[in-house]
Design a protein around this ligand. Structure first.
Ligand SMILES: *Cc1c(COP(=O)(O)O)cnc(C)c1O
Length: 424
């Protein structure tokens, strides 16, 4: 098929994320990608300010990552993980557990972030069942969260921005506390946690786990909150016999300035989900890490097994490229890079604060967010950005970027000046 033909076909037959088939938003065909650039079929080239939804931390067409996949491809692309195992899974597990917050001892490989969240919830529920406390079936979280699109995960997404209104009758009912508004510990006072405290005090007998995105709430509103909140959540969980699940799917692998966002609060969860940047954006893979207490607890009644097993569990190509991506990250000066990106975002997006159309500008690590007073008309804004050589995908009131860590100063300036131009 000619390019014009396949694009027409796909417009009529292929769904895009959160899209209408009747009246789809414009989509842009990408021919190839290298470094921080996407090359469109029509010849235009844009800087990817989204890192393909947090994933492509090293950019695209990365020789080391290509090589890792090519080598593994010559051995085997995939084998089932039921009754079989392989070096890529073992080596990646070793690397992940050694990087993770202290106490993480076992892990489960899932095939996407949402599935990892399902598995994390299952771990928590099975843990309490095996302790003879099967009444602990609820989760506690905060508003404005995002944990994925499968049913279990949807049940803990923000009750207003999420999909509760569509599936109310089918979603399990969980507890939602007010999200903290303090963005840093300087702004902290204990009223920030009172809603959360009330809920855990009143309902801990039914609560299996708290699930949170540590410090940065991503797709639920691009909000940042004070590490003190996470520290106090950890204390309350310990006090009331509730497990803590850290969803580090967006924040993991350096994005917020530390390898995992939990580290900034010096908090170790009981269960932790990673995904997105795990493979450097090459393949779909996620993992659920847990403490020895959780894994032993699931088997406390002597015969418990963790009831999950995806077909493509621990896919060898994905494990290999994840290992190569982590090694590449560790060999780079990623901390300095993320700090430099943070400083540049702060400096170059700051002028937008003057605009009366702009409600807030916030920066954390390699994440820059402009929150507008009014909601954004996505299609025309995206057109303007592309004309300035930049790929971003605004939603709601938010124009934001989380670029690949390898972006140069000049490229980042092009990105930030495009952002400032279109909002002011
Ligand atoms: C993206 C995301 C998920 C879901 O991951 P998928 O791979 O899209 O299923 C879950 N939690 C957080 C925090 C995420 O950012």
């Amino acid at each position: 098929m000619m390019q014009a033909d396949w694009q027409e076909f796909e417009r009529a037959h292929v769904w895009h994320p959160y899209a209408s088939m009747q009246n789809p938003l414009a989509v842009y065909a990408v021919k190839s990608a290298a470094g921080v650039h996407l090359q469109f079929e029509d010849g235009r080239k844009v800087i990817d300010g989204m890192a393909s939804w947090w994933c492509a931390i090293h950019g695209y067409n990365v020789p080391e990552l290509n090589h890792a996949i090519e080598v593994q491809l010559g051995k085997m692309a995939h084998v089932m993980f039921g009754g079989l195992t392989h070096a890529p899974a073992a080596l990646l597990a070793e690397r992940l557990l050694s990087l993770a917050p202290s106490g993480m001892k076992q892990l489960f490989f899932a095939d996407s972030g949402s599935v990892a969240v399902e598995v994390a919830m299952k771990m928590a529920l099975q843990y309490w069942q095996a302790q003879g406390r099967s009444e602990k079936t609820k989760l506690l979280t905060i508003n404005h969260g995002y944990h994925g699109d499968t049913f279990g995960a949807m049940g803990v997404c923000d009750p207003l921005a999420g999909m509760h209104h569509l599936f109310a009758d089918m979603l399990p009912q969980h507890y939602f506390a007010e999200a903290p508004t303090a963005q840093t510990d300087d702004q902290w006072d204990d009223s920030q946690i009172s809603s959360f405290r009330q809920l855990i005090e009143a309902h801990h007998d039914e609560i299996a786990a708290v699930i949170l995105e540590p410090l940065v709430q991503g797709a639920g509103g691009m909000r940042f909150y004070a590490p003190e909140f996470l520290r106090q959540v950890r204390e309350l969980c310990d006090c009331y016999d509730v497990l803590l699940i850290a969803d580090e799917i967006a924040t993991g692998f350096g994005r917020t300035g530390t390898m995992f966002a939990c580290e900034q609060a010096a908090v170790a969860p009981d269960i932790m989900c990673v995904g997105k940047a795990l493979t450097g954006g090459y393949m779909t893979l996620a993992a659920v890490l847990c403490t020895a207490n959780v894994s032993a607890g699931i088997h406390a009644d002597g015969h418990g097994v963790l009831m999950h097993g995806p077909t493509f569990m621990a896919n060898p190509l994905a494990c290999c490229v994840a290992l190569a991506s982590i090694d590449l990250l560790l060999a780079s000066s990623w901390q300095q890079r993320v700090q430099a990106i943070e400083a540049q975002l702060e400096q170059e997006l700051a002028p937008c604060r003057q605009s009366e159309r702009v409600k807030d500008v916030r920066i954390k690590g390699a994440i820059g967010v402009i929150e507008m007073v009014d909601s954004i008309d996505i299609e025309p804004l995206q057109k303007q950005l592309i004309a300035k050589g930049v790929w971003l995908r605004p939603f709601g009131h938010l124009l934001y970027t989380m670029p690949p860590f390898v972006i140069s100063t000049t490229e980042l300036s092009q990105l930030t000046s495009a952002m400032c131009d279109v909002v002011t």
